[in-house]
Design a protein around this ligand. Structure first.
Ligand code: NAD
Length: 254
C-alpha cells in the first residue's frame, strides 16, 4: 500500500531538482503524477521513465493562465481527476535590490508568485470536485527571513506563505488542505552554480547550517509527501514548514 494510492497530483517544475524527486517519490507511493515544466526534453524523459500508467508530461509555464487550463484538462484526460498539486516551480536571480531591473523583478514575481496563485486558482475547483485533497506550495527559508542579494526572490517567497495561509482559510470548507515547504539550501541546479561544485557548496553550508551540510532534494520530497498524504497530515493546513538543517534557528557562533 502506498501513501498516495489512487491520488492524481500535478507537480510543477517537475523536470529536475526537488520537483523531479517529488514526482519520483509520489509515483513510488502509488500516485499518478503529471509533471509540468518548461524544460520539455527533461520532463518528457522523466515521464517516459516513470511509465505512462503513472506519469505524463505537460508543457506548463506556471505564469501563463492558458497553460494551467491546458494542464488540468490534460490531467483529467489522462487520469480522470485531479486531487493534489505541488506548486514547486521557481526561479532565482541574484542582485542588489536598488540595482534590480524592473523587468527582472516582474519576471520573478510572474513565475514564483503569480505561478502559485494561478496554480491554486485553476486546480482548487477540480480538487474540490474530486472530494478534496492537498496543495503544497514551495516557499523558502528566504520566505521566512530576509536574505541580501535575493530581494525579489525573497519577496515572492514571503508572498507564497501569505497565499498559503489565505488559500487554507478559503479552501478548508472544500476539504482542501494548503501548506508550504520552506527549504533552506538544497543541492539542486538553482543553488549550486557550476563553478562551486558539490564540495564548494558543502564547505559553505558546513559553516552556515547547524546540521553541517546542504540538503538533498529527496529530503524535501519526503516533506511534500507528508503534507500531501491524508493519513499523515489530515489535521494540518495553512502552515509553512521549514526544512533547512537548523539554519533559521538562529545565528551560530560555533
Ligand atoms: N535549491 C534551493 O536551495 C532552494 C531553497 C529554497 C527554495 N527553493 C525552491 O524550490 C523550488 C524548486 O527548485 P529547485 O531547487 O529544484 O531548483 P531547479 O532550478 O532545479 O528547479 C526548478 C524547476 O522549475 C522549473 N521552472 C522554472 N520556471 C518555470 C516556469 N515558468 N514554469 C514551469 N516551470 C518552471 C525549472 O525548469 C526547473 O525544472 C523552487 O520554487 C525554488 O525557489 C529552492
Amino acid at each position: 500500500m502506498g501513501k498516495l494510492d489512487g491520488r492524481v497530483v500535478i507537480v510543477t517544475g517537475g523536470a529536475r531538482g526537488q520537483g523531479e524527486q517529488e514526482a519520483r517519490l509520489f509515483v513510488a507511493e502509488g500516485a499518478r503524477v503529471v509533471v509540468g515544466d518548461v524544460l520539455d526534453e527533461q520532463g518528457e524523459a522523466l515521464a517516459k521513465e516513470l511509465g505512462s500508467e503513472s506519469a505524463r508530461y505537460v508543457h506548463l509555464d506556471v505564469g501563463r493562465e492558458a497553460d494551467w487550463a491546458a494542464a488540468v484538462a490534460a490531467t483529467k484526460d489522462a487520469f480522470g481527476k485531479l486531487d493534489g498539486l505541488v506548486n514547486n516551480a521557481g526561479i532565482l536571480r541574484f542582485g542588489e535590490l536598488a540595482k534590480t531591473p524592473l523587468a527582472e523583478f516582474q519576471q520573478i514575481v510572474q513565475v514564483n508568485q503569480v505561478g502559485v496563485f494561478l496554480g491554486i486558482k485553476t486546480t482548487a475547483p477540480e480538487i474540490a470536485a474530486a472530494g478534496g485533497g492537498s496543495i503544497v506550495n514551495t516557499a523558502s527559508y528566504a520566505g521566512m527571513t530576509g536574505m541580501a542579494y535575493v530581494g525579489a526572490y525573497s519577496a515572492t517567497k514571503h508572498a507564497v506563505i501569505g497565499l498559503t495561509r489565505v488559500a487554507a482559510l478559503e479552501l478548508a470548507k472544500r476539504r482542501i488542505r494548503v501548506n508550504a515547504v520552506c527549504p533552506g539550501a538544497i543541492d539542486t541546479a538553482m543553488s549550486n552554480p557550476a563553478q562551486l561544485g558539490s564540495r564548494g557548496l558543502d564547505s559553505l553550508y558546513r559553516k552556515l547550517v547547524p546540521l553541517g551540510r546542504v540538503g538533498r532534494p529527496e529530503e524535501v520530497a519526503r516533506l511534500a509527501l507528508f503534507l500531501t498524504a491524508e493519513e499523515d497530515s489530515s489535521y494540518i493546513t495553512g502552515q509553512p514548514f521549514v526544512i533547512d538543517g537548523g539554519w533559521l534557528a538562529g545565528a551560530s557562533v560555533l
